[in-house]
Design a protein around this ligand. Structure first.
Ligand SMILES: Cc1ncc(COP(=O)(O)O)c(C=O)c1O
Length: 365
């Protein structure tokens, strides 16, 4: 079979998703399982989104609006931009693919950081495009290091801000310096999947860069704070001409009808986002304190997850926790052998995570 497959596909190491709850219950015969592995919202979707979807259920015999008219209009108002500044995708994952297909020629390069969202490299590989990665500095994107990799063949740069899996961010000052030094022929994507959780003052206002430059794309998603991961909906904001080219090559019905209606309602539920933020901030403080008491290192995070140094094989810790019905993420695929990543859950879930982690790390007498 291999002879039939494109070489670039043979080279791809597939993305390993967080283990689903149902699969864990089935495989381990467990009744109660909690998932803190995919940075989802533990509160569920906003009740407003649920009732919007219920109203829409009888429409699913129809194709969705391929232009996403109402969502574009609502977001344009929200950001003070034009409808033509937005393109939607089946999750922001799809838009990463559309961006690469729109911009990067076969002999051009993509730059990102080590230890970042794996899909940048996986999707680049599947498109037969090459990626150069700058090492992280103290678990943070090293923008200076990335600049050193830029040459005439560089077309695209991905910056996850905040970064997954480290939870760190690059600040206003660093980004301004970086953009000022970067040739205009390079397009920079700021992937802001976790921006709803930011609680620092020096987080860069990427929209202000977009207003001044043509070479910026911002990626956002409804999968995280909005609690709609299962519906798959993300969007890119950019210069209208560039967005127009992306519109040309995306699939015509890539955003389903339920996702469109749920997202429109979710945007209006500001209370839900506020509650989600509070839960995450409180949960992080609780888990930080518990980890410190256990003597474990962790990377302070501005997102809804924490990278924890468990000082032993992370895959073993993941497997041991699974037996107690707690799904976290091992970091083997990211090259962080002794780490796990935990998503902030409800207070009860966080308490259970701490209890189970303590149990699996305590040597038996
Ligand atoms: C940094 C980052 N970008 C994008 C995504 C993908 O989000 P979506 O569900 O919109 O495809 C994720 C999901 O984990 C992520 O961590």
């Amino acid at each position: 079979m291999k002879e039939l497959i494109r070489k670039s596909v043979l080279a791809v190491s597939p993305y390993i998703a967080g283990k689903p709850i149902e699969e864990t219950k089935r495989q381990l015969g467990l009744k109660e399982v909690i998932k803190l592995a995919s940075n989802e919202n533990p509160l569920g979707p906003s009740p407003k989104a649920i009732s919007a979807m219920k109203k829409c259920l009888s429409c699913v015999n129809r194709y969705p609006d391929s232009q996403n008219y109402y969502l574009k209009k609502r977001l344009a108002k929200y950001f003070g931009l034009d409808r033509a500044n937005f393109v939607f995708g089946n999750g922001s994952d799809e838009l990463i693919d559309v961006i690469i297909k729109t911009l990067v020629e076969p002999d051009e390069f993509i730059i990102t950081s080590d230890t970042t969202f794996l899909e940048y490299e996986i999707i680049a590989q599947s498109n037969d495009r090459k990626v150069k990665k700058a090492p992280m500095l103290y678990f943070k994107y090293d923008l200076g290091g990335m600049l050193k990799l830029v040459d005439k063949k560089t077309k695209l740069i991905f910056i996850a801000n905040p970064n997954n899996p480290t939870g760190t961010y690059v600040n206003k000052y660093e980004v301004t310096q970086f953009l000022n030094a970067l040739p205009k022929s390079v397009v920079v994507v700021f992937d802001e999947a976790y921006d709803a959780y930011i609680d620092v003052d020096d987080y860069p206002d990427s929209l202000s860069y977009l207003k001044k430059r043509n070479n910026i794309i911002i990626l956002k998603t409804f999968s995280k704070a909005y609690g709609l991961a299962g519906l798959r909906l993300g969007y890119a904001i950019g210069n209208t001409e560039l967005i127009g080219y992306m519109e040309r090559i995306r699939q015509p019905f890539n955003v389903n009808i339920l996702a469109q209606s749920a997202a429109l309602a979710a945007i209006e539920d500001k209370e839900f986002i506020k509650k989600t933020r509070q839960l995450v901030l409180q949960g992080k403080a609780f888990i930080y304190s518990a980890l410190s008491k256990m003597g474990l290192g962790f990377v302070p995070s501005v997102a809804n997850f924490i990278l924890v140094d468990v000082s032993k094989d992370g895959v073993e810790v993941f497997k041991s926790m699974l037996k107690y019905g707690v799904i976290v993420r091992d970091m083997k695929q990211y090259g962080l052998k002794n780490f796990i990543r935990v998503t902030i859950g409800t207070n009860k879930e966080n308490e259970r995570f701490v209890r189970v982690l303590r149990k699996v790390l305590t040597p038996r007498a």
